[in-house]
Each structure stands twice: as C-alpha cells, then as structure tokens.
Write a new protein. Structure first.
Length: 846
C-alpha cells in the first residue's frame, strides 16, 4: 500500500538515511524589485470618535491617499512583519473592521510579481470567534481547507493547488510553524483570531526569505495586530452548539510614557464537546506583543504565544466504515471486522476489546512560540531586518495496546517487563507517541537601496532538538491512562531498558544563505526580481532501539540551490501583468531515517528506515493579470508545476501472510500540474461587497508506482492518472453587508471530487458547504467601544460528508499491474466534516 507521507502526533514514525545531489547554480543575479504591497493592517492610531479610529490600514479605498514608504512589489523578501509595506489611510472600528476592504476582506490591492491572496480583519472579525487560521482562508483560490469540528480545535487539513499542508510552508510573524520533523502544522495552536491582522497565501512559491524546508508548494504567512497607542482592550464571550463556551480578553497598555513602547496581553479559554463521539476539547491560549519604535523606520517587537491543548483523537475512517457507521455509533465495542468511526464511550474492563476506549486516545500538547521581529535603519539607504525565534513543543498522541508483559519485544529478543516492580501479565497498556522539541533560530537580512536597484543579502540559521519516544504505562481502573502525558512509571524490561515503540533523537541544523536583487524601471512600471538561496540541512540522528538496519547513528545532509525570478509590468494604473518562476523543495521527514515500531522475525521493524532519498523538488511557473479599479478588483493566474522525487510512504505486505508487513519511505517519481486561479471582489455597492474565486486544475502522475506487495515485482499503471487529494474544480463565494450597525455575511464553497488513490479507484465525493453570519454593532457608550453581538451558523444544511483523503493508497481495489499480475488494494482513510453549529457571541472594545 502506498500512501502520502501524512502524519499526526499519534504517528510520527519511520526515518531514513538520505543522500542528496549537490546542485551548483552559477549565475549573476539581477533581481528586480519592488517590495510587495502587502496590505497588512497597522494599528497606529491617529484619532478616535464614536468607536472608530483613523488609522494606517488597508481599506483600498479609491478616495484615500496612498502613504508610500518606499515599497516596491517583490517576491524576494516579504515574510517578516517588519518588512516595508504600502498602507492607506482610512477609518476602522475598535475590532479592526473598515467596511471598505475589497470583497468583504477577502482581497487586497496586490503588486507582487506572483500570485498572492490575502484575508484581512474585515472578514476575520465577522466569522465565529476563535476559528483557526486555516478555516479563515477556505474561500481563497486554490485553497481546500477542511475542519472536523465547528471551532477547529482538532485542526483539520489544508491543501493548496493539490499540495497538502506538509508540502506548504507556514509562518507567524516571520518565524516557521511547521513541525521540523514531519512538517505537519497544527492550526488550532497558532493564534487567536481577535489578534490576527491578516493571512497571506502565496499559492505558487515561498519568498526567498521564507524560513521553511517543506514548501515544495507555496506558503501561508500570518501576521498579528499591533498594540494600540492608547490604553484600552477588548473582551468576547461565546456560547453555542455542543456546549461551546469561549472567553477572550485583551489589554492594551497604550504608549508607555515617552518610551515609544506599547504592548498588549491577551488570554482565551475554549471548551467544546465532541460532536460525534465521547469526550471534549479544551484550549487555553495566551499571547503578548510588545512594540517599540523610534527614529526613522526603527522598530523592535517581541511576541510570545502560549497554547495548552487537550482533546481526544478519532479513529481513521475508511469508506467501508463510513458507509456502515457514518458519523459513528456510540457505546462499547462494535461487532464485525469494520471499525467504528468513533472510539468507544464505555469501558468494560481490562480486556483486549477496550483498546478503542476513547480515554486511551488523548492528544495533550503544549506549545510556546517566542519571536522578536525587528528592523533597524542603518543609514545610507541600508536596513537590517532580524527575526530571532524560539519554538517549544511537548505532548503526545495517545494509543493503547493489549500486551503480554512476559513477552515484550526488545528488537529481536523477547523478555519480560515490570511497571513499578510488578508484572501484570496480559494487560492493557497506554502507549503514547511523545514528542519534545526545542527550536531556536533566526532570519537575518541586510538590504541596500540605490536608485532603481535594491540588493538583499540574508541568512537563515536554525538548530532543533527533537526527542521522540513511545513508552508503555498502566491504565487505571476507570480506563484512563495513569499518566496522560506519558511521564509516569513506564514499563522496564528485564535488561533494565525502558520498553519503547520508538526511541529517537534528531538534531536538525539549517544553514541557508540567500541573495536577491531587484530593479525598477520606467518609473516603477517594470520590476524584475531574481534571487538564489542555498539550503544546507543536516540531520544528526540517534536511534536507541536495538537491532536496527542502520545502527544507532544516522547522519544525513541535504544541499539544494533554489533560484527564483519574477517580472511585474504595470500596463497602466489599473492593469498589471506578472510572471514568476521558482524552484521549491521539501526534504524527507526525519522519521524516514529510523527503524521503529513492532519487531517481526524476518522483516524487522514495522517501519523501515529508507536510504538514498532525495528532496522533493518542484519548479513552478506563473503568469497572471490583475485589474485594480475604483470599484472592482480581479486577478487571473495560469500556473504550471513540475515535481520530481515526490515523497511517499509505502507499506510492503507479504501476500501470503498479510500480518507480515513493514512501512518505508520512497521517492515516487514525478507529477505535472497545470491550472488557472481566478478571484474577483468589489468595494462597497450600497454597503454590499461580493467576492468570488475559482480554480481549475489538471494534475497528473508522471510515473508508474511499484506495487505494494512483498515479492511482487510489478508496476501499477499510474502514469497519466489524476493526482490524489486534488479537486479538479473549486468555487468560493462570499457576500458581505455592513451599514455600520447591521452586518451580515454568507459564504459558499464547492469542492469537486478528490481521488484517494493513485489508481483513481476511490474518491472523496464532491460537496458544498454554506455558512451564514449576522450581527449588530451598537454605538459606543461610556467605557464600551462599539459593543457587538453576532450569530454565526456553519454548515447550514447540516450535510454529513467526507471532506479529505487523509491517507492515500496506490489502489483501493484489486488492480492489474503492467506485467499482468493482480495486486491487492488497501483502504484509504478520510476525515469527516464538522456538522451544523450555531455560535452566539458578544464583544466590546474598551
């Protein structure tokens, strides 16, 4: 069985020894420039009256004057929040809503020489409070964002132009968010929506300065609001379906004396019942941001984000289990071979049947993000931008097994074990997959502007320490693990070693210098960008399991040169043409370096280390046109991708003994993608702002994949098949109404069929999802600034449907290989969409 390398915290398995060919690129880089007009909201306050503020914000109003800060559109360095922006003056309410943003906050005026789409406060603020960032970008062209619960506390999946989240880069305030080992991103942990200024999606490629090693596709950049210059704050309260309760509070210090320093501190607490199974989700989240500005264009900010998440997992869902159980059958163990789509809500004792009891599948995790994006004016047209950061994460995805403590595996050996000095024989054991990560790093950029030319030289350095274990511990009398975090007494083998399902340490060192140059010609009508970054990534691995195929020490270094070039031509003040070409990459996950899992005589560990893997490489080209008029903004982009060395996970099974299998990582050949993105939005027409987006894509597998059976030397005819996880069509529609008091919005998303196998023999059916929001904004009164009430209804038809293929296989049914052999299929897995929910909230500034 062949599956895309998709991981969650419950499974962060196998790692491989990889060799990578050094690519030398010789060229002198003249990069054209124009640092992009990013339309990120600034909260520098000018005046206040009746709950509104006059501020440097991106209203894109034709009646407001641009404030030019020396910007030119560019793709070579625009990731940091301190990079120069183009802003305009306008009014907004204390919640950041302007009532002027294009398409109700789903478009901005864009000058970058590549495709970009941006969501701003006008849209974010009117959605359900506390939604995760990926839920907020679902209407943008090319974005297929899914969730599995109304508040987004269980995360979800996101793909852009058919590339899943592990093939995309994600940043907040300029620092990376993807897991350094698996490249997974957990959107429920990132930022509270009340503090989110904008989300920018670059569908085609990352910027030159983007700190990511997984963006063979594009990148998603998130930016937080700035603290206000006047003391104040905001408070929210939310209540709704599935006993959802959420509170949020933020305090702004205002300018502190004459120091030029301002800050805010916020806290939120969210609780929600599982909507289709037992248990609940909860999240405690805190944020702070401090900003100091002085002189001309000098700025230092300091950001801290802390998150404590507790929720419960759900079983993987196959088409057979979906057809039989739908959203799930509550109660104890189900009969038959088809698994339920929810875990058991009843614990009937210490028996093998109770491995699926829901309390044995928790997902506790703690994250702390710290960053200090800063910008210094060095004089003589030179600036220094520095983004140091620290990323910490600790937690697990829980699981349970029925084990015989007298016959535990230590590699090829079998021996007894004890917990707290006692041997319990056959018993339920809690077996969480634990990850602890420390990630300090920094992105440094020096920029020099001379006339029509701008030169940027930078360096990204990161050192990460990631310890991943899976010990065994006892289950309490009520079926709960005695130590949910896996930090209590663990099973000790007779030789004194801790029994582990995996036991690895990965140190990842990233050294990435980059250089870019930009030139602006014909009074800034033509800009040309070019740049190169050279990425050197070293994995220093240790596998503490015995009898591995690689030995205990595994070292791997990847080197890749990544050139980029782009052009933007302004035909006139309303029309632009742009073209870009970029090389992107994704290095193999750290799990591919290691053997791990259960040990089988003859085949070894159930997860095999892979050797000789190359990074996944993509070359992307885009050609587009933008129209930016007084009333209407629109954009059309043609895109082409050529992928090589696609990274997949493949499970090899003995056809004569299905219980004898192992998983490994492979380079699975290539893929070619062609498509068109389109979006259009308007400024207010009688207080109404419509938005529409569409995508057509044709993605084809370029190679025939090997059959997933031991001893079967055959290729499946996958060449020319439509790529999995890729809807051929997507349409998004948004409609916003806001007269200053009454406001409302409607959204619709259509996603076409998505194949879940490389043989195109099983698929996620097409679906439509619709949401509605209504509210009223009161006039400011006393302490309360723009108090607001709103009601958000999601999935208004209460449609129960599969929304994503989370586990892709080579074939689901029996298939005929190219040599005529019959190859057994394996079941792909899916996620189930969240149901109808009604969420009421009230909020006020002060």
């Amino acid at each position: 069985m062949s599956k895309l390398f998709l991981r969650n915290r419950t499974h962060r398995p196998s790692l491989a020894k990889c060799n990578i060919k050094l690519a030398l690129v010789c060229s002198t880089l003249w990069i054209s420039s124009a640092f992009a007009q990013s339309d990120v909201v600034s909260s520098s306050r000018v005046s206040e009256k009746n709950g509104t503020q006059k501020t440097a914000v991106n209203t894109d109003s034709s009646n407001t004057a641009d404030v030019n800060v020396g910007n030119r559109p560019s793709m070579i360095g625009q990731t940091a929040p301190t990079d120069e922006k183009m802003v305009v003056l306008g009014h907004h309410y204390t919640d950041g809503v302007t009532r002027r943003a294009i398409g109700g906050g789903l478009m901005v005026k864009e000058d970058a020489p590549k495709s970009k789409s941006t969501v701003t406060r006008d849209y974010i603020e009117k959605q359900t409070p506390g939604l995760n960032p990926m839920q907020l970008i679902a209407l943008l062209p090319g974005v297929n964002a899914t969730d599995s619960d109304p508040m987004g506390l269980t995360g979800g999946h996101t793909s852009v132009r058919g590339m899943n989240e592990s093939s995309m880069g994600y940043t907040l305030e300029g620092f990376p968010l993807n897991d350094i080992g698996s490249y997974a991103v957990y959107p429920q942990e990132i930022v509270d929506s009340e503090n989110l200024s904008s989300i920018q999606v670059a569908q085609g490629s990352a910027d030159l300065d983007s700190p990511t090693v997984s963006a063979s596709g594009g990148v998603v950049n998130m930016y937080m609001i700035d603290p206000k210059e006047k003391m104040g704050g905001r408070a929210d309260f939310t209540y709704g379906s599935f006993n959802t309760v959420r509170g949020f509070a933020r305090f702004d210090t205002g300018l502190m004396g004459n120091s030029g320093t301002r800050a805010y501190f916020s806290f939120s607490d969210t609780h929600e019942d599982e909507w289709r199974g037992p248990g609940n989700e909860s999240k405690i989240h805190g944020e702070m941001k401090v900003v100091k500005e002085w002189g001309k264009d000098n700025r230092v900010s300091f950001v801290v984000v802390g998150n404590q998440l507790n929720n419960y997992g759900t079983p993987t869902t196959t088409m057979a289990s979906w057809n039989q159980y739908g959203i799930g059958t509550m109660g104890g163990p189900v009969s038959g071979s088809t698994p339920n789509t929810v875990y058991d809500s009843i614990y009937t004792g210490n028996t093998k049947a109770n491995t699926n009891y829901y309390k044995l599948h928790p997902n506790p995790f703690t994250n702390i993000y710290i960053s200090a994006p800063s910008r210094f004016n060095l004089g003589h047209h030179m600036t220094l931008t520095e983004t140091p950061y620290f990323w910490y994460g600790f937690g697990n995805g829980g699981g349970a097994y029925w084990e015989n403590m007298n016959a535990m595996s230590y590699g090829s050996q079998t021996m007894s074990g004890t917990i707290g000095g006692k041997n319990y024989g056959n018993t339920l054991l809690y077996n969480p997959s634990i990850t602890r990560t420390y990630r300090p790093g920094a992105v440094t950029k020096w920029t020099w502007t001379s006339g029509i030319n701008r030169l940027m030289i930078g360096y990204w350095f990161e050192y990460s320490y990631q310890r991943q274990t899976a010990p065994y511990s006892l289950v309490g009398a009520d079926g709960s693990p005695e130590s949910e975090w896996g930090t209590g007494e663990n099973l000790i083998l007779a030789n004194g070693q801790v029994a582990q399902y995996r036991d690895t340490l990965t140190r990842t060192i990233i050294n990435t210098p980059f250089i870019g140059d930009s030139i602006s010609l014909f009074h800034n009508r033509l800009t040309i960008d070019a740049g190169l970054k050279y990425s050197i990534i070293t994995r220093d691995g240790r596998n503490y399991l015995p009898d591995t195929s690689t030995g205990p020490i595994i070292n791997q270094t990847y080197r890749e040169a990544l050139p980029t070039m782009a052009f933007r031509y302004k035909v006139d003040n309303k029309n632009q043409l742009f073209f870009s070409v970029a090389t992107n990459y994704r290095v193999p996950m750290n799990s591919s370096l290691y053997d791990s899992g259960a040990y089988y005589a003859g085949s070894g560990y159930s997860n095999h280390a892979a050797t000789g893997l190359n990074p996944e490489i993509s070359i992307s080209e885009e050609f587009g046109w933008r129209y930016q008029g007084k009333l209407i903004n629109t954009s059309v982009t043609y895109f082409h991708y050529n992928f090589t060395n696609r990274l997949f996970s493949q499970t090899i099974t003995d056809p004569n003994n299905p219980s004898d299998y192992y998983s490994t990582s492979i380079n699975g050949g290539g893929e070619t993608t062609n498509g068109v993105d389109f979006e259009i939005g308007t400024r207010p027409i009688y207080n109404i702002r419509p938005y529409f987006s569409a995508e057509y894509i044709d993605a084809r597998t370029d190679s025939n994949l090997a059959a997933s059976a031991s001893g079967v030397d055959a290729l499946l005819p996958t060449k020319g098949k439509f790529a999995p996880q890729t809807p051929r069509y997507q349409f998004g529609f948004g409609l916003d109404y806001d007269n200053g008091g009454i406001f409302g919005n409607f959204s619709l998303k259509y996603v076409a069929k998505q194949y879940s196998t490389f043989m195109d023999d099983q698929a996620v059916p097409a679906y439509v999802r619709m949401n509605i929001g209504v509210g009223y904004r009161f006039k400011s009164w006393g302490l309360f600034k723009s108090p607001t009430i709103k009601l958000n209804l999601s999935n208004i038809t209460n449609n129960h449907y599969l929304n994503y293929a989370s586990g892709v296989e080579s074939n689901a049914n029996y298939a005929t290989a190219m040599n005529g052999q019959s190859v057994k299929g394996y079941a792909p897995t899916y996620t189930i969409a969240s149901p109808f929910s009604a969420i009421f909230s009230m909020s006020s500034g002060f």
